[in-house]
Write a protein that binds this ligand. Structure first.
Ligand SMILES: Nc1ncnc2c1ncn2[C@@H]1O[C@H](COP(=O)(O)OP(=O)(O)OP(=O)(O)O)[C@@H](O)[C@H]1O
Ligand SMILES: [Mg+2]
Length: 277
């Protein structure tokens, strides 16, 4: 069974008296242990969808089940949030305490974790994100990538099955972005977490098991990273730019040079151009 099952999900925000469909009939099933990337340009409904998975928005129409719980039932809200942690875009405003271990413990206390279990859970979460030794430090003293890893540790301590990342790398420099992507990889490969990662950076989608493309509140395509990222029409319809190696492949084809396959990454492009290396 899929761990997340959205069927015909719709949502409209009430804004200055008008109701616009921000998500407009999304049907998407996400398997346990899957790493799904949601791609879409600004305003395509990505965050609105994610907030449903985390029970931050009530279901207005359609159906949604998260970890076997019906999200339409208000009695399930806290249980759904315990199963589904969320890491946000801004590394600076995800902390409630100026001491890292207190910040992570605060989240655990909110979920009624027995006091005796808290130190070990904080320690384990920090070790997984490679931030052990930072317990007594302030999150505000850290780099952007380190802050996001602490935010991830805060979510991990609660031991959710699903972790949502909403543009969690978009405010980071390349080094910070790499730190966070490696951490996400570890959560997926070693901790068996189901990852839902929202991004508008097509390059980040190459890491996923599957990519879903949103446009104007609708799911307009889904498939493997290779299927989605080499589909110029789909990307164009979503208002997205293909990864540079894909663009190079098609530009070369137009000039009469056909490479043996369409590369997705810089590394694959070099391999296709210099097969003997
Ligand atoms: N709180 C709100 N009140 C009114 N309208 C909203 C609200 N939040 C989002 N919207 C509208 O809903 C639509 C979808 O927004 P959403 O934030 O889900 O998109 P997104 O794909 O996450 O965009 P971005 O890439 O900019 O984060 C947009 O048209 C947006 O203006
Ligand atoms: Mg968003």
């Amino acid at each position: 069974m899929a761990i997340i099952e959205a069927t015909d999900l719709v949502h409209s925000y009430e804004y200055e008296g008008s109701h616009n469909r921000s998500i407009d009939g999304i049907t998407l099933h996400i398997e346990q242990g899957e790493w799904l990337v949601i791609l879409g340009k600004n305003g395509s409904g990505k965050t609105t969808f994610a907030k449903h998975i985390n029970a931050l928005l009530p279901v207005q129409g359609g159906e949604l089940s998260v970890a076997g719980l019906d999200a339409r039932d208000p009695a399930n809200i806290w249980e759904i949030r315990r199963h589904c942690g969320m890491v946000f875009q801004d590394p600076n405003n995800q902390f409630v305490s100026s001491v890292i271990e207190e910040d992570i413990a605060f989240g655990l206390e909110n979920y009624d974790t027995p006091e005796g279990e808290i130190p070990a859970r904080v320690e384990r979460a920090l070790a997984i994100v490679g931030m052990d030794g930072f317990e007594k430090k302030s999150p505000h003293m850290l780099s952007g990538g380190q802050k996001q890893r602490i935010a991830i540790a805060g979510v991990l301590a609660i031991d959710p099955q699903i972790i949502l990342f909403d543009e969690a790398t978009s405010m980071l420099d390349p080094e910070g972005r790499q730190e966070v992507l490696s951490t996400i990889h570890k959560l997926h490969a070693e901790e068996g977490k189901t990852i839902v990662m929202i991004t508008h950076l097509v390059e980040e989608a190459t890491l996923a098991d599957r990519v879903a493309v949103f446009s104007q509140g609708r799911l307009i395509g889904a498939g493997s990273p290779r299927e989605v990222l080499s589909d110029l029409d789909l990307l164009h319809n979503a208002g997205l730019t293909p990864p540079l190696p894909v663009k190079a492949y098609y530009d070369l084809q137009k000039e009469g040079v056909t490479l043996p396959c369409c590369p997705l990454t810089h590394h694959e492009l070099v391999e296709v151009l210099c097969p003997s290396k």
